[in-house]
Design a binder for this molecule. Structure first.
Ligand SMILES: *Cc1c(COP(=O)(O)O)cnc(C)c1O
Length: 377
């Protein structure tokens, strides 16, 4: 449409423009040091992220997926031990568990928060259950109090998949402190993202931290002596240096996301769109960090709406179109379509709208105008 500017789903280009001088400075610092792998930048980032997450230890690694794999392997579990998780999440939540030789056991989600339904967990606990892995989806914490009670009662470990939720809080407690281990992703579109792949697991437990530190360097505590079957899961110094710059902006950016979410709420209400779509809800006693602003629409309307948004150059994305239990490579787990109806319904109705800290009121006005055009034509 002539005269109307496009609104991207995420605007990393705009953010880079104002970070450029700082980023270039630290990139040059790393290049000049020729310390490209691990080293002081990684150690400094680990200290800073541990402080941010209120934990004692942080273990940097090559991606969020590897952060989960490291955490699961740190459990010293037996093959086929079980980890309870929601089926409505990014693939890596389950993929890393299967790679570690364990079995994901799914529990349906809560329809409002999209997070694991804590009241359906206990019936899935067996003598083989080792851990519960809540995912704080789209930046909002799962209902952790009942999950923590269950973990205590059944002697289970909690591994948080906090890939989308750095800085999120539940009853004043931050992700990182809500579980025994918490896995972060620094993928570019996450709230704290680099220009490549990186991840980190934070914990208060020195035994887990030591094992993860060994695993990420081929399982060795002493060079060339391999205690565990690890692999190369190291974090590059360049990414660490970039992330140290960006970490200083994280709270400001989170505030930008929160303001953007509140503006969407206001615009959608003002344009009378509440009868056509369901807005995401920030639940009480949470600090929602809004990695995504995900609406629901009637399933027959979603495809045409996606087409209409694309036509008008409004970025949007379906997170996620297929549940994990329905993924081809996870069919061997023996779940069937229909086993997790609330998660399955979510895959047919969700749609993420443009969300990034710098999004302007004008851009959001445009997004909601295009929504209104679709529904009110
Ligand atoms: C991004 C993401 C991951 C994986 O992180 P990568 O850094 O891309 O490997 C895991 N879980 C969830 C919920 C994610 O959103």
């Amino acid at each position: 449409m002539a005269g109307h500017t496009a609104v991207p789903l995420v605007d990393l280009v705009g953010q880079y423009a104002y970070l450029k001088p700082e980023i270039e400075k630290v990139v040059c610092r790393v290049l000049e040091s020729c310390q490209a792998i691990m080293g002081p930048e990684v150690a400094a980032l680990e200290n800073e992220v541990a402080a941010y997450c209120h934990t004692k230890f942080a273990v940097g690694c090559s991606s969020g997926s590897d952060a989960i794999l490291l955490a699961v392997l740190a459990l010293n579990a037996q093959p086929d031990d079980e980890i309870i998780m929601p089926p409505f999440t990014f693939f890596a939540t389950a993929g890393s568990v299967v790679r570690a030789g364990l079995k994901p056991v799914f529990v349906d989600i809560d329809p409002v928060s999209f997070n694991i339904d804590p009241y359906k967990i206990e019936e899935k606990i067996t003598p083989r259950t080792r851990a519960i892995m809540p995912v704080h989806l789209f930046g909002q914490c799962a209902e952790m109090n009942p999950i923590r009670e269950l973990a205590k009662k059944h002697h289970l470990v909690i591994i948080e998949d906090a890939a989308q939720s750095i800085g999120a809080e539940y009853h004043g407690v931050r992700t990182g402190q809500l579980g025994d281990m918490s896995c972060l992703s620094f993928y570019p579109s996450k709230n704290l993202g680099t220009y490549g792949d990186a991840g980190m697991t934070v914990t208060d437990n020195p035994t887990y931290a030591a094992k993860m530190k060994a695993l990420r360097v081929h399982g060795s505590e002493i060079k060339y002596y391999h205690k565990y079957l690890g692999w190369n899961a190291r974090l590059d110094a360049l990414h660490a240096a970039i992330l140290r710059v960006k970490l200083q902006y994280l709270d400001r950016w989170t505030q930008g996301r929160q303001e953007a979410a509140a503006r969407y709420d206001r615009l959608i209400q003002a344009k009378n769109l509440d009868r056509y779509l369901t807005r995401p809800r920030a639940l009480p006693e949470r600090r929602h960090v809004w990695n995504q602003y995900v609406i629901r629409v009637e399933e027959t309307k979603r495809d045409p709406l996606v087409a209409h948004l694309k036509e008008n150059q409004i970025g949007c994305e379906i997170y996620y179109p297929l549940c994990l239990h329905e993924q081809e490579c996870l069919k061997f787990l023996g779940n069937r379509k229909g086993d997790y109806p609330i998660a399955e319904q979510a895959t047919r109705e969700v749609l993420a709208l443009p969300m990034f800290p710098e999004i302007t009121e004008q851009q959001q006005d445009r997004v909601t105008d295009v929504l209104a055009q679709f529904f009110q034509k």
